[in-house]
Design a protein around this ligand. Sequence first.
Ligand SMILES: Cc1cc2nc3c(=O)[nH]c(=O)nc-3n(C[C@H](O)[C@H](O)[C@H](O)COP(=O)(O)OP(=O)(O)OC[C@H]3O[C@@H](n4cnc5c(N)ncnc54)[C@H](O)[C@@H]3O)c2cc1C
Length: 314
Amino acid sequence: MSSDILIHDVIVIGSGPAGMSAALYAARANLDTKVIVGPQLGGQVSITYEIDNYLGIYEDLSGEDLTKRMVAHVEKFGAELIYDEVTGIELDGPVKTVRTYSGELRARAVVVSAGASATLLGVPGEVEFTGRGVSYCATCDGAFFKGHDVLVVGGGDSAMEEALFLTRFANTVRVIHRRDQLRAGPQLQERVFANPKIAFIWNTVIESIDGDRDVTRVHVRNVETNETSTLDATGVFVFIGHYPNSNLFKGILDMDEHGYLQIDDRMRTNLAGVYACGEIADPTWKQISTSVGQGAMAGMAVETWLGALESLPA
Ligand SMILES: Cc1cc2nc3c(=O)[nH]c(=O)nc-3n(C[C@H](O)[C@H](O)[C@H](O)COP(=O)(O)OP(=O)(O)OC[C@H]3O[C@@H](n4cnc5c(N)ncnc54)[C@H](O)[C@@H]3O)c2cc1C
């Protein structure tokens, strides 16, 4: 994409459920809609093995399948996907500029839906062994750990879903959690506690990850007793939370102390014509359905905003 002098109706930043939903509503309203895909087509959901909590879809739908359907759906109604990443923006004024690695685009409205990313443990060895035993996605990497002894770090829904998934491949799955109880929902808790392959190491944190070429062991500390020990494991799957991908918008869009964009009930940010939706603006719900819902609202709000602009006297 080279610099383009056209002024589009709307640029959607991100191709996860929120962005694609916004794009669908905007494109169906006949707006000239561009979606900057970003580093992960389909967003976080694209790596999900199976989706069973999105209304009307309860069997045999993977994140990859949903991504294909989202792409086909928005393209059917005329949205154009641009396989690039946003590197800079100017969002004030009536025409917004969005810069990418390969050029820049302009539009009268922007929907920010850049989602969230996995939080790192921040311990020695983590970065060095990423891809060589350390993973943030069991559904992507689980199959490489057939017959291995793996660790899962975290106590929330994602950690438990991924622990269950790993039992299909791994010999043992030990969950390391810094507290003495899980945050995951009751149904998931029932399933993990009933699974004979899953064991729990409570009140414990990883202090470092060690190995040769690949991970072979981790050093842990019990936070109650301060006792340290070493666990043999060849896989360390980390699911300790997510942070919003909002760095680009610092000093431009209002955000809370954790970096989540602040929006009103019409998905409006503090700048006219700039909307946000999905996990970049949602510290609480973090679901496909809630992100899609916010995306739909953002798409409709953009249509209303542009319609109102057009009806103003010249
Ligand atoms: C392993 C896993 C399993 C999950 N399973 C489920 C489930 O079963 N059911 C459920 O409801 N939810 C599930 N979720 C949560 C769900 O995936 C998210 O709530 C949802 O994807 C959030 O959508 P989003 O569009 O707001 O953000 P994201 O999905 O995070 O998408 C963000 C988009 O922004 C793009 N982007 C980022 N930076 C830039 C940039 N600089 N320029 C342009 N684009 C950019 C990315 O490429 C991506 O396309 C799961 C999440 C994970 C990680």
